[in-house]
Design a protein around this ligand. Structure first.
Ligand code: GAP
Length: 514
């Protein structure tokens, strides 16, 4: 546990030190669960967004993208169910005065049981070596079976109690499991209460005429209310999708995990409109498709898993999370939800406007069903960033800190370094930058010894360092150093563009999805 915490602290401080993420309004001691993306962070975030957008909108003929407003008519949120049902179950500790999400306290308890299972697996794998069969071990080892049974039973009961709004039972569960306040160790709990997560604001100048609005808690509703406009103007035929990325806001209670759970964050969502009855098929397809998108970034199959929901949101008939192994364990990264016709039907009801599609093959009108994919951009950023940060032991008994970002997402693709600040080398370096900057983000760095500059670029996540030396003046060649292998090659300056392009080209990476 201490190790996980240390790893996570390292991620947070590295993100600050290398210009990725800062606390919002830090000079005023920050604002809880609100963060700013710095010069490198903004680039990484933009690249992740683009990687998602191209995979959705550019590569699918039947998916289009929109950009709806953050403010929406307040009835939207009544219709969507958010006014009545977008709540978290909260519990306060009477001694520490700390407030928690009751479900998260229970889930954290279960995560500890799961960590024990992982430990048993690791121990057995070491003991049995190549003969180890993990599936068989999980199914037959007595201790593991007992742990798993307990974890499943707890989650089932939690899901049932939340679904039935039986908050008293959630409190009973916390007490039966002997869960203590993580801050104080006290078990002196209040009742569990519901708390709405939407932020309110006002539109209009005078107090009397001002209209109460909400900051959108999800981008999805901007897609639903525009469904017919987009379908008609784009002459789209079902099945088709509408994608968008944008800010969402939630008054989160448990907001202690850096950019994992923020009060202002960005979502990348796609609503796929389908014939009623085909939802199971499309739900499975999108689960598969989204997992492939993740795996295309090369961050290891073993770091992802599906988690099927026991407790379904008010709009869904099936739902699963793609979970990622964050520094604090497996947690939700993306949700895939079969939302039925809930949202469109609700908007029909509240707006008194028909939101139906005429199916030319069936020759009938219907309210389409929807399968949604919804991923937090900031959470994806944290997944990529935390997975990429490594401390590596080198052959000469030293270590290096390296940020092995997938090259396609790296903020800066190459740093150009004159070996010394004289003899015309800076001029050659600048000329190389002038040439490369039309294709890639490149930086110039002449400060310190070249070894230190390599380390600095490794830690910043730059995939290539290009070093200009005295030989460059004679034969127009440079060395190019690869961040991950640290290998160096002597190459012609005229070949630089194609060498870099081969590694960072988005098209090549996107090809891995199919
Ligand atoms: N439209 C469906 C929807 O919003 P959700 O499971 O509440 O579903 C989808 O959110 C994704 O948005 C999550 O999987 C997560 O990646 C991201 N997300 C949700 N709340 C977040 C928060 N407070 N901070 C950062 N990301 C968040």
């Amino acid at each position: 546990m201490a190790n996980q915490e240390d790893d996570f602290k390292r991620v947070i401080s590295h993100a600050k030190e290398y210009g990725y993420v800062f606390q919002s309004s830090e000079i005023y001691d920050g604002l809880s669960a609100v963060y700013d993306y710095a010069q490198n962070g903004a680039e990484l975030k933009k690249n992740i967004r683009e990687y998602w957008w191209k995979a959705m909108v550019q590569l699918n003929e039947n998916i289009v993208g929109i950009d709806a407003a953050i403010f929406m008519h307040p009835t939207t949120w009544k219709a969507s169910g958010h006014v009545d049902a977008f709540n978290d179950p909260l519990i306060d500790n009477k001694d520490s005065k700390k407030r928690y999400r009751a479900d998260v306290l229970v889930e954290d308890y279960v995560a500890k049981i799961e960590a024990k299972i992982e430990k048993e697996v690791a121990k057995a794998a070491k003991r049995f070596g190549t003969a180890f069969d993990q599936d068989q071990f999980l199914a037959t080892n007595e201790r593991v079976v007992e742990y798993q049974g307990k974890a499943d039973e707890i989650l089932k009961r939690l899901g049932r109690s939340l679904e039935n709004e039986d908050l008293a039972d959630v409190k009973d569960l916390i007490e039966e499991l002997d869960i203590a306040c993580p801050m104080s160790g006290s078990k002196n709990w209040t009742e569990v209460k519901q708390f709405n997560l939407m932020f309110g604001t006002k539109l209009g100048a005078s107090a009397e005429s001002a209209m109460d609005l909400y900051l959108r808690p999800e981008t999805a509703q901007g897609i639903f209310v525009n469904f017919l406009n987009v379908q008609k103007t784009g002459r789209l035929k079902i099945p088709f999708g509408i994608a968008q990325t944008g800010k969402a806001f939630r008054n989160e209670i448990v907001a202690r995990q850096f950019i994992f759970r923020m009060r202002e964050f960005e979502q990348m969502e796609m609503q796929f409109f389908i014939r009623p009855g085909s939802q199971q098929e499309w739900y499975e397809k999108w689960k598969d498709n989204r997992m492939k998108w993740h795996l295309s970034l090369g961050m290891g199959k073993e770091n992802y898993r599906f988690h099927d929901h026991e407790k379904l949101a008010h709009y869904a008939d099936a739902a699963a999370d793609i979970e990622f192994r964050f520094p604090f364990g497996f947690k939700e990264l993306e949700g895939i939800h079969s939302r039925t016709d809930f949202d469109l039907s609700q908007h029909e009801k509240y707006s008194n406007k028909k939101l139906q599609y005429f199916d030319p093959e069936l020759k009938e009108n219907y309210v389409p069903y929807v399968v949604e994919t919804s991923i937090g951009l900031d959470r994806m950023f944290l997944a990529v960033f935390s997975h990429s940060l490594r401390e590596e032991e080198l052959d000469n008994d030293t270590t290096r800190t390296v940020l092995k970002l997938p090259a396609v997402l790296a903020p800066t693709k190459a740093a150009v370094l004159p070996l010394v600040k004289k003899d015309g080398l800076p001029e050659v370096a600048h000329k190389i930058i002038e040439d490369l900057k039309w294709d890639f983000n490149v930086v110039y760095d002449e400060k310190d010894a070249v070894g230190r500059r390599y380390r600095r670029q490794d830690a910043a996540g730059t995939p290539f360092c290009i070093t200009v030396d005295h030989q460059s003046l004679e034969d127009e060649t440079v060395t190019i150093r690869h961040r991950d292998s640290m290998e160096q090659q002597r190459v012609a300056i005229t070949d630089l563009k194609s060498i870099i392009h081969k590694e960072v080209d988005m098209k090549t990476w996107l090809h891995r999805i199919v």
